[in-house]
Design a protein around this ligand. Sequence first.
Ligand code: ZN
Length: 137
Amino acid sequence: MENCIFCKIIKGEIPCYKVYENDMVLAFLDINPVNEGHVLVIPKKHHRDIFEIEEEYLCEVVKTAKKISLKMREYGIDGVNIFQANTEAGEQTVFHYHMHVIPRKKDDGINFSREMLRHLKKMDPDQFESMRKALEI
Ligand SMILES: [Zn+2]
């Protein structure tokens, strides 16, 4: 897609620090890392977000995130966070599907859980049941 920074990276028009590539996906270092070694995994075909991505590409992205995680563990990390954002409301900033693989060390000062806990909502049983019904597949 024109003017998509990730499509330009795939075409080689913009350089990247590539760590893995196959026919369907590309994985490279995030130029704005949350931690050293922060990797982005993207499908080589433009898909905007989770709502649009074809399942075969999604599966390949997830499988690649696992490969990257295993490699990070070999490198000596203590843990990993997998993060993925969709639409502006979901804080997506580059509108080409991508999955963050963020290596973690004990006491690295990052605390995603604490940040999420700041936003907990109170729900009564009726609200839970109503939401369960709405989301049941
Ligand atoms: Zn794109």
